[in-house]
Design a protein around this ligand. Structure first.
Ligand code: B4P
Length: 191
């Protein structure tokens, strides 16, 4: 199985590149951001609870997102592999993911981390905010907070995968196509 963690700060291109990767490699895409927004659109209890955190640019509690991923893994028991997009976002989530995959006799193959400068992240998120209607892309204070939360709570996940020899940095500046080519080079080397 090919199990990839697609990693990076908000606006790094995770969702954008995950869409291309699943098409080429036939992996199942699990985006915690998309799942949470789906719950919100359905006005579920979980979605309404998550909204309180997302609108401020804070992380949704670990127990909520870990439970969501567990049920999605069970739902796709026959998958060739997974691309985890926006998850894990804390070291506790990374540990829980390792446990869940070990129970299914598999493991993370690699973490591909998209590296993009702060100015470009803000430009992309504000650009998406004009068309997406996403509350968390509308306000510069919330965007700045998401980047700060990333630096404080999510960036340490790099150390977790580095210690396992699974961390691979990918330059995330440039055109979507050029970045996709860089990702494919690394993925092809994993197989
Ligand atoms: P996510 O949905 O994961 O949101 P994101 O990090 O902003 O998106 P992404 O990085 O995928 O966007 P992309 O660059 O592709 O999370 C939203 C919120 O949900 C979090 O703040 C948190 O509250 C909650 N959450 C999610 N997962 C969680 C977890 N595991 N634990 C706790 N809370 C969690 O796209 C951005 C824009 O850039 C797009 O407009 C795109 O077109 C553009 N773009 C992409 N690549 C480009 C390029 N190369 N050049 C120019 N523009 C580009």
């Amino acid at each position: 199985m090919l199990n990839i963690v697609l990693f990076g700060p908000p606006g790094a291109g995770k969702g954008t590149q995950a869409a291309n990767i699943i098409e080429k490699y036939g992996l199942v895409h699990l985006s915690t951001g998309d799942i949470l927004r789906g719950e919100l659109a359905a006005q579920s209890k979980l979605g309404l609870e998550a909204k309180k955190y997302m609108d401020k640019g804070e992380l949704v509690p670990d127990s909520v997102v870990i439970g969501m991923i567990e049920s999605k893994l069970d739902h796709h028991a026959d998958a060739n592999g997974f691309i985890f997009d926006g998850f894990p976002r804390t070291t506790a989530q990374a540990e829980a993911l390792d446990d869940l995959l070990a129970r299914k006799k598999t493991a993370i193959t690699a973490m591909l981390a998209l590296e993009v400068g702060k100015e470009e992240l803000i430009k992309r998120l504000q650009g998406r905010g004009k068309i997406s209607g996403r509350a968390d892309d509308q306000d510069i204070i919330v965007i700045e907070n998401r980047i700060n939360v990333y630096n404080r709570e999510t960036a340490p996940v790099i150390d977790y995968y580095s210690a396992q020899g699974k961390f691979k940095a990918i330059a995330g500046m440039g055109t979507i196509e050029a970045i996709f080519d860089r990702l494919c080079l690394v993925i092809d080397g994993l197989k």
